[in-house]
Design a protein around this ligand. Structure first.
Ligand SMILES: *Cc1c(COP(=O)(O)O)cnc(C)c1O
Length: 371
């Protein structure tokens, strides 16, 4: 068989990401590639920075998109903020806490784990106890919106707690950004990273991040070099921030950045607070429909993420076969359970463009037919 152009099927993306990307964003990405040091491209990068500051609600100067997916945003935070033998408390209540631990270890730090059950939010009391037992801790790291379970934690209180014990906070808001309230400056968050393919509904492959002045100071006063060349913010800063004097660090993913720019414009047109509200309103519509089908949620109501609905697979339903039918017969992608929840739950994403009434109706109809 001869290779041909790839024409993807038309899917409805209601899993843990990527979410549906709008025609407007796809059109932006199809525009001609120009040089990444072209003054016009650089002004667009400056606009992306402003739009990201709007989205994170921060005036942090060090706010930009890492040229790689959410995992690189995670790695960028740990690579730059962790030094040899630094103690880092990691709050683990799902899949992504384990990856934070791996990062700390690889960059020479000492991870101290605070574990909560999958599906629970992070317990502040446990974190405080751990801080008391480990007064030499430098950083507290946690996931705002745990995509593996659908549980929402409280970055404001966790960061406050970290600061009370002279620690910085590293926050994973890959799924949180634009889906649930987040106020980086008001909550004094030190380092935070996200992804483009969840509630921002741009194509995957970029990681918006932001660092406070305190985090920046820590990075600039490091005793040792950052162990990753590509993610060393001391080098990247002159590329993204160097007004006028931008020099070559790497070639930016130009067309992907056109897409992010457009997605952020769309978000700003809607308004960040309206985006949070949209995600909650649509979540409630989906929840009501699922409850009518007798389906139950993993996470208790007050801790649920509106953009990631974890539901128990009804008794007697074959997980794999049902999801295969959803994909093949209904063009609907939903997420499987991860880790201890594999085979037990499904994860229905209502992120960004995918969070709308048409998707919800199609999702409910399709699930009704396969269960
Ligand atoms: C999706 C996700 C990531 C990883 O993002 P990628 O773009 O897949 O690298 C990290 N953390 C959380 C909470 C996520 O949901």
């Amino acid at each position: 068989m001869k290779e041909q152009s790839f024409i993807p099927p038309s899917r409805m993306l209601m899993g843990p990401g990527p979410s549906d990307v709008s025609a407007r964003v796809l059109e932006a990405m199809a525009r001609p590639t120009i040089g990444h040091l072209d003054p016009q491209f650089i002004s667009m990068m400056d606009e992306i920075k402003k739009l990201l500051q709007y989205t994170f609600i921060t005036s942090n100067e060090l706010t930009f998109a890492v040229s790689a997916p959410g995992m690189a945003g995670m790695e960028c935070c740990f690579a730059n903020l962790v030094e040899e033998n630094d103690k880092v408390i990691i709050c683990k209540n799902g899949f992504f806490g384990e990856r934070m631990k791996e990062n700390v270890e690889r960059f020479g730090g000492i991870p101290v784990m605070v574990n909560d059950d999958w599906g629970q939010k992070i317990d502040l009391n446990k974190v405080e106890e751990c801080l008391k037992e480990n007064p030499d801790t430098k950083i507290v790291a946690f996931v705002h919106a745990e995509t593996s379970t659908g549980a929402l934690s409280d970055p404001k209180s966790l960061t406050e707690l970290a600061h009370n014990y002279n620690c910085l906070s590293i926050v994973d808001t890959v799924t949180g950004l634009a889906g649930v309230p987040l106020k980086v400056d008001e909550w004094n968050i030190d380092a935070i990273y996200s992804g483009t393919q969840k509630c921002l509904s741009a194509s995957p492959g970029l990681s918006p991040i932001s660092f406070s002045e305190a985090a920046k100071e820590k990075i600039m006063s490091r005793k040792s070099k950052v162990k990753s060349w590509f993610l060393d913010l001391n080098l990247i800063m002159s590329y993204w921030e160097g007004e006028g004097g931008r020099s070559y660090h790497h070639t930016a993913p130009i067309n992907a950045l056109y897409g992010l720019h457009e997605a952020l414009l769309i978000l700003k047109e809607i308004g960040i607070e309206n985006s949070w509200k949209k995600h909650m309103d649509n979540h409630l519509i989906l929840r009501n429909g699922l409850e009518e089908l007798g389906i139950e949620y993993l996470v208790k109501e007050e801790d649920r993420l509106p953009q990631l609905n974890s539901i128990f697979i009804p008794d007697g339903v074959d997980d794999l076969a049902a999801r295969k039918r959803l994909l093949n017969d209904f063009n609907l992608e939903i997420g499987a359970g991860l880790g201890v929840l594999a085979g037990k739950i499904w994860r229905i994403g209502l992120m960004g463009q995918s969070s709308n009434k048409k998707n919800i109706e199609h999702c409910l109809d399709s699930i009704k037919q396969v269960i």
